[in-house]
Every structure is written in structure tokens, then in C-alpha cells.
Design a protein. Sequence first.
Length: 395
Amino acid sequence: MTIDVGRVRADTPGCEHVVHFNNAGSSLPPRQVTDAVVDHLRLEERTGGYEAAAAALDRSERAYDALAALVGADRDEIALVENATRAWDMAFYSLSWKPGDRILTSRAEYASNAIAFLQTARRHGVQVDVVPEDETGALSVDALRDMIDERVKLIAVTHVPTQGGLVNPAAGIGAVAREAGVTYLLDACQSIGQMRVDVREIGCDLLSATGRKFLRGPRGTGFLYCSRRVLDHLEPPFLDLHAATWTSADSYEVRGDARRFENWEGYVAGKIGLGVAADYALDLGIDAVEERVTGLAEALRGRLAALPGVTVHDRGARRCGIVTFTVDGHDSRDVAARLSAAKINVSVSAASSARWDFEARGLPSLVRSSVHYYNTEDELDRLCEALPGPVTTGA
């Protein structure tokens, strides 16, 4: 399968107005997703929220099937939640901790995850250990294996870090986790929608993801995969009448599927839109999506690397659709502002979002340009042409 670029651009009204290279932040949604959300909101407007939800139950339930198909899971292993952070937190804070437990993670972890690790270390006396990198900058599977002992309670790794094109070896990590019998939480916020992610092949117990990034779903949507292997060992940090049943005056029973991580009130229009986004990706073919996104990103890296004063900072043997760079003599925010003035959307990754990685590499910030399959070679050229020249100092 190949991507029909003309078709997907026609499905994407935003392509007429901007050059969008901020897909790692929030992609331009296809018209089908926006229509699904708006149609349901109009139904709520006409009939009432509860009544609209009942009328559209098949459409909102479709999201579970579509997302399960997208990640190779079963529908009862999927929970729909407000965002990727809530999905990750609900999984992480479901674990019970005791002093001396260890968390193994990567140097490229996102700030929200690292803060949760540090909070848990402070509260419970847990030890947080960062696994060394291999020669390419990815987490070293060999080093991970050497660090396993009886105190390791969790392996928690970001599949694709926010600050670069690196793809961590998720399946290799999963093999180590399975050998050791250690719970494995994968943050797939940046990988879902731009590459194949199969939870059975990877071997993760838990996976968190968002709708708004490469999946092209609505903002305010996300999901959690929870394997049946670990479900009965995890009680969410809070429950309500959706996640559990009040069985007697002084007892309750947690529901037996991944929806124990949900709560009763939800964004029904967003759930419907998220399901439509997942179906859109499935219809295109995720392998075709990955091929095009990866190819465009490599083409952009090549163009950028050929420009005087531009340094590409992506690492890893396997790289994806996120491309990060700096321009000599220019602050990354100023570069992003210059591109924005030319109607080219990028973003900036700051040290505060991935401090372990940025400080180790001596980087204050990076321009992040993240491509998607609806981008074109001409748009890559426009970005490069709009960049400022390097600032050099005299001898």
C-alpha cells in the first residue's frame, strides 16, 4: 500500500492554510474526524447529552474496536481517557510500592513521567535508575538486562521521546521484562499513528497514548492498553461507579476489564472522533503511513544537514518522523517564530521537558519539526528556505 497524498491532503482542510510540521504536538485532523465530533455535538444540542450518547452508542463503542485493532489488542484491554498523561498516570499510580523497589527507565524520558518517578521515590523510598544508552543513543537492552534484580518493580520507557527522532527498542525491552517477570509500561504518545505498534510483539503490559498527535484525533482524547496479564493486580488510584460497582453498604467490586481505568463522565464526541481517527489510520495502512513518514523525515534531515550552520540532533539507529535541529547563532524560539511568520508550524523542545537528556548533551533547546504523511517534498523545501542563515563571529 502507498499513501495517496492528494487524497489525504484533500481530506485535510488545514493543508490549504499552513505548512504543518508540528504533528508531534497536534496534527491537522482529517475532515472525517472533525465532522464526526461536530455532528455529535449538534446531536447533543438538539436532543440532550444523555440522549445523544445513547443514540450514538455504537459509534462510541467502535473506538474500542478500532484502537484495539490499531495496537494488536482485544477491546476489553482498552480504556478511553482524557489524554495520554491521564492514561499513563492511571497505570503508573495503580502499582503498589515499598521502600527499596526500583524503577528502570531511559535517559530520554519526558518530564511528566520523570516527575511521577521522583514523586514516588520521595513518597515511598523507591529508587529510580536510568538505563545507559547504546552507541546510537537508544536505551541499551544489554545494560537493561544487567540491571535487573529482584527489587525491580517496573520498567517504564518512552517509545519515541518528545525531543527527537529516536525510536527506543520497545520489543527488545519487552523481551527483558518478560524474562524477568517485571511489569513494563510503554509511553507510546509519540509513536501511535506514525508507526506500527503491536502490543503482542512488543510484550508491554501497559501502553499509554494520545489522540491529538500522529493519530490525528481530537484534543482531549487518549487511551490506555492494559494486558490481561496484569489487570487483576492493578487497582486504579481512584474509582467511581463506572470503574467499580457498589455491591453492598460497605463493599465494592472493581470491574473486570480495562475500563476500570475510566470514569463515568467522558467526552462522547471526542471518543467518536478518536475512533474515526483510528479507522482512518487503519484504512490507510499503518505500514504505508510509517514508510512515508520515515521517508519524509529522512529527506528533511538530509536537506537540513546540507545547510550552513544547521545541526540535526536526532539520534538512534531507527528514527521516525520527529526531526530536531539548531541554527548557529539563533535561539530556537526565534527560529520557530520566524517560521511561524512564514505560515510554517514547528515547535520548540526545551530542556525542562527532558532534562536528563538535554543536560547530558549540553543542549538548551531544539527546534522540533515533525512531519506527517500529508506533508510534501515542496513543504520540506519551504521550511529550509525560510530558515535564517547562521550567525558567525569574527576572529
